[in-house]
Design a protein around this ligand. Structure first.
Ligand SMILES: *Cc1c(COP(=O)(O)O)cnc(C)c1O
Length: 389
């Protein structure tokens, strides 16, 4: 039995540190914000190589506040992707703006920059790329299009703690970067959590106000804000985990390399990170032509796998009013049908990776290459360079 994720194994390894930190918060009664949260903010800003960080109560709140801080609201449009968790779209709708989806690149599965300009209208105010599975979107063309058109860029880095693009960290390239510390993310709290990072003093000031009821001083509310503050216990837990994030990321990357090697005979099925990216493998997904059969067979064989995500946001019933139809985003829809996420977490053993791959090859022997090659021919090649080799 190989689980998809094992949070208990991680806690077992750091229990004394975590328990002491949680007791410290309880003993000091700093339950909301407070010194542990401030210490975490300083550390996380440094980790992202940004000047500022503000911790909030979820990744969704982080996205919502980033949009509000950037002045985005009713009547505005935000260009984003449908190949993501629904929170990206939900946050745009919370702000009052309208999400406009562009398709993703067939190799990297992130926003296809070649499609952005056709989606820009006089109402467009921002671009929100998603660093899916821990691989950063192609930020250089996204930033140059944004600058040319005067648009704000907000990175959804909820899956990409410590990921890099040409040596720059996730969250540090756009005007604002948003992170989630949901327990299963690469950096996970013991409950909900999130953060906004930025280099711009005016934006961090607005995020600070908006997350805490718009209070400039106690009971002096200068803007209509929210209760989006981070708990003290989450700040303390995250501070402890910051001691380990780099080694955990290294472990994920070496497990991914093991998957890449064992799957190299069916290379097109694997993720294709461009040469300049540091992928942090929140998810390791492969493409399979008969994905749902493979999923059932793997689960029957005791290997827990997942799908991120089986129905793209633009085809979800909840967002039908946005007016999208099947066929509108062909690459996103193809990937939703083909991607299968294999177990990956720092405590997973290399032998377990080998077992996942051998089981996959046994239960789905012909599912990879042949059909995929055929289908790939009908999909325009992505604009992004392949891995240098
Ligand atoms: C997890 C996630 C979010 C939302 O974060 P929460 O902390 O769950 O609110 C947003 N975007 C993406 C891409 C995510 O994976």
């Amino acid at each position: 039995m190989i689980p998809f994720l094992d949070l208990k194994a991680q806690y077992a390894k750091i229990k004394p540190e975590i328990d002491a930190a949680v007791e410290r918060v309880i003993g000091s009664a700093n339950f909301v914000l407070g010194p542990e949260v401030t210490a975490f903010e300083e550390r996380f800003a440094e980790y992202c190589r940004t000047s500022h960080c503000r911790a909030v109560n979820s990744g969704t709140s982080a996205l919502h506040l980033a949009l509000l801080a950037a002045g985005i609201g009713a009547g505005d449009e935000v260009i984003t992707v449908s190949m993501t968790f629904v929170a990206t779209t939900a946050a745009i709708l919370y702000s009052g703006a309208k999400p406009v989806f562009v398709d993703v690149d067939p190799d990297t599965w992130t926003m296809n920059p070649a499609l952005i300009e056709a989606a820009i209208t006089p109402r467009t105010k921002a671009i929100m790329p998603v660093h899916l599975h821990g691989l950063m979107a192609d930020m250089d063309p996204i930033m140059s299009i944004a600058r040319r058109h005067g648009l704000v860029v907000i990175e959804d880095a909820a899956q990409a703690h410590g990921a890099e693009y040409k040596g720059r960290r996730a969250g540090s390239i756009g005007d604002l970067g948003c992170f989630s510390f949901y327990p299963g993310k690469n950096l996970g709290a013991f409950g909900e959590g999130g953060a906004v990072v930025t280099d711009q003093p005016d934006l961090v000031r607005r995020v600070s106000l908006l997350r805490d009821w718009g209070q400039e001083a106690k009971y002096k509310h200068v803007v209509a804000g929210y209760n989006y503050r981070m708990d003290g216990i989450q700040g303390a837990v995250l501070n402890v985990k910051m001691n380990h994030i780099e080694s955990w990321t290294d472990a994920r990357r070496s497990l991914a390399e093991r998957y890449d090697t064992l799957l190299s005979d069916i290379q097109l099925a694997c993720p294709q990170p461009p040469w300049y990216s540091r992928h942090v493998y929140h998810v390791y997904a492969v493409r399979l032509s008969r994905r749902d059969d493979a999923l059932r067979s793997l689960r029957d064989a005791g290997i827990d796998v997942g799908i991120h995500y089986p129905v793209p946001v633009h085809l979800q019933k909840a967002y039908a009013e946005l007016g999208y139809q099947p066929g509108d985003l062909p690459v996103t829809e193809m990937l939703a049908n083909q991607l299968l996420s294999l177990p990956i977490y720092p405590e997973l053993l290399p032998e377990q990776v080998a077992e996942v791959v051998s089981t996959l090859k046994r239960v789905a022997p012909l599912e990879f290459a042949r059909d995929l090659h055929g289908e790939r021919d009908q999909i325009p090649a992505g604009p992004i360079n392949r891995r240098a080799s």
